[in-house]
Structure formats: structure tokens, C-alpha cells
Design a protein around this ligand. Structure first.
Ligand SMILES: C[S@@+](CC[C@H](N)C(=O)[O-])C[C@H]1O[C@@H](n2cnc3c(N)ncnc32)[C@H](O)[C@@H]1O
Length: 295
């Protein structure tokens, strides 16, 4: 594993991060370069990098690559871009495998959804209070339970256990919601995603949790479901409105996440021809919206 480290003005973080992802970085993270005195001292006087002007904060961007050549190529390509002006590549260096594993693991602690319902990475002991546990390790697919949108969906499932139900997880990522539904007694769980890697991750994670889930590409969703969960983003959720609503059985529930507070009304409007969405939960600027189909 190789780490490309650069420092840039805050305004360049987004285009640089987007470019690094397009250049196949495994991960991209950003931190305030001037929050750390050592970093400040190390950078001071470095050629090519002006000292920060008042009110102009610098950011350290760190990208991980599997190959050194890819990291160096990304550095060279970035340096040729207009948006890279005022930025500086600091280093391309190997990351010791041990440290990388520890670093990744240290970022994923057990997450409590309710006092009894937890998400616990495989390298952690299960907390004594946990009686219902999803074992999940960070992988390529989204959904480790650390994001508020995922947590709100799981909280909703714990409060409305789908015992004996047919459940659809639309946009399953790691399969975390599908597994949560199965652990809360769902009879049938279908989990679909446009990303084949997510479909595979869901299969593997379901097996690791000892639950049965049918995962596939979106056309694997068929018929009516008592609960339809979709944690995607507002724009695809609006496009998917007729399709998702068509899958909700009489008396069934639609549960949507990935919606920012300010997008509440546009979602209500998009779903109004079929179902009346209401805000059911909110966390860190995100909302959970739900609707029930009349019997
Ligand atoms: C934010 S992740 C949610 C993952 C997981 N369900 C959770 O709650 O943590 C959204 C997932 O939806 C998938 N997705 C995005 N657009 C989609 C679409 N039009 N149809 C199906 N899946 C989609 C993405 O590939 C991604 O895995």
C-alpha cells in the first residue's frame, strides 16, 4: 500500500479528491493541515507552497494506492491541472501493511443502534449488552453502520420489527439493512443494488451473519413487500418513486434515507401521487422519511 500526501487550499479539496478517486485511489481523506503544529513547521518555507493567508485554510489530503507507480502517476497528473495551483505534493511513501490494517480497524468500533442491537466488526468482542448483533467488516460496499442514514434505517427496523414479513432493501450496499431485517424476523429478504460488488458483498455478509438473503441486480426485486427500505440519495430516490411505491404492499411501509433536511419537501412532492411521506427521524442534517400504504 502506498500513500500520496499533498497539501492544498480548502477550495481545491473537492476537485482534487474527485480526481484521486477517478485515478483509482482506494481511499481519500482530508484533514486541516494547519491544525497540527508539526505539520505547520514541516511545511514552513517549503518551496512552492505559500504560507497561509489569514482566513485561508490549508488541507492535507491523503490518498491510498495499491501500487507506487499509480500513486506517482496520480501526483504527476494532478500537478498538471489548473485546480492544483497553490497545492503541493508532499510525499509518496509506502504504508506498512501492519499499520494499514490497524489504522483501518481502529476507525471501526462497535456501533450501538439501540442498547441491545449492535454492529460489531469481526475483530471486536461483542459488547455484553448486545443481544442482536450484525457482524460486519468495512469493505468496498457502503454500509458499516457509522453513517447516520444507515443508523436511522436500522433504528426504524428495531422499532418496527418486520417479523414474518417480505422485505426489500433497494440499494443494499454491504447488505447491512437486509441483514438487520433478517435479524428482526423477516421471512423473506430481497436485497438489490446497481453495483455488482455490493451484490457480492451482501451475499458474503449475509452468510457471515448466518441469515438468508436473496441479493441481485435491481430486476431481482419482484412483487409486493411489507417493508421497502431504500437508503440512496434524494435524486435517485425521486427517479425511483414510481418503482419503489409499486413494490409496497397494502398495509406495507416505505422507508427512505439519504435525504437532507432541506430536501424533505421535494421528496414529499415526488412521492405524492402514490404515498404521503413524513419525516420519521433526523440526525446530523439527514432525515428518515416513511409512508404507509392504506389496506
Ligand atoms: C448510501 S448506499 C446505502 C447502503 C446500505 N443500504 C446502507 O443503508 O448503508 C446506497 C447504495 O445504493 C446503490 N444505488 C445507487 N443508485 C441505485 C439505483 N438506482 N438502483 C439500485 N441501487 C442503487 C449504490 O450502489 C449503493 O450501494
Amino acid at each position: 500500500m502506498f500513500e500520496l500526501r499533498l497539501v492544498c487550499p480548502e477550495s481545491a479539496v473537492e476537485p482534487i479528491s474527485d480526481a484521486l478517486q477517478a485515478l483509482d485511489a482506494l481511499s481519500v481523506s482530508a484533514e486541516d493541515a494547519d491544525a497540527d503544529t508539526q505539520a505547520e513547521q514541516a511545511l514552513f518555507g517549503e518551496p512552492g507552497l505559500p504560507p497561509p493567508a489569514p482566513g485561508w485554510s490549508r488541507t492535507t489530503v491523503v490518498a491510498l494506492f495499491t501500487q507506487e507507480g499509480a500513486a506517482r502517476e496520480a501526483a504527476a497528473l494532478l500537478a498538471a491541472q489548473d485546480f492544483f495551483a497553490g497545492s503541493l505534493v508532499q510525499s509518496v511513501a509506502p504504508v506498512p501493511e501492519q499499520d494499514w490494517v490497524r489504522l483501518t480497524q481502529s476507525q471501526f468500533d462497535p456501533v450501538a443502534i439501540t442498547p441491545e442491537f449492535w454492529i460489531v466488526p469481526s475483530w471486536h468482542e461483542v459488547p455484553a449488552a448486545a443481544t442482536r448483533v450484525i457482524r460486519l467488516d468495512p469493505g468496498l460496499a457502503f454500509g458499516t453502520g457509522t453513517h447516520p442514514t444507515t443508523r436511522m434505517c436500522l433504528r426504524w427496523l428495531a422499532a418496527h420489527p418486520p417479523t414474518g414479513q417480505r422485505v426489500l432493501d433497494y440499494g443494499c450496499g454491504s447488505g447491512i439493512l437486509a441483514i438487520g431485517a433478517a435479524l428482526h424476523g423477516a421471512r423473506v429478504v430481497d436485497a438489490v443494488d446497481i453495483d455488482p460488488a455490493a451484490v457480492q458483498a451482501t451475499q458474503a455478509n449475509a452468510a457471515a451473519n448466518g441469515v438468508s438473503i436473496h441479493s441481485g441486480l435491481p430486476d431481482a426485486a419482484h412483487g409486493l413487500y411489507d417493508t421497502v427500505l431504500a437508503n440512496i440519495l434524494a435524486t435517485p430516490l425521486k427517479v425511483l418513486a414510481p418503482l419503489l411505491c409499486a413494490h409496497v404492499a397494502a398495509g406495507g411501509a416505505l422507508v427512505l434515507a439519504g435525504i437532507l433536511e432541506r430536501q424533505t419537501e421535494e421528496l414529499q412532492q415526488a412521492y405524492r401521487p402514490w404515498l404521503a411521506l413524513q419525516v420519521a427521524d433526523a440526525q446530523d442534517g439527514w432525515v428518515l422519511m416513511t409512508a404507509t400504504r392504506a389496506r
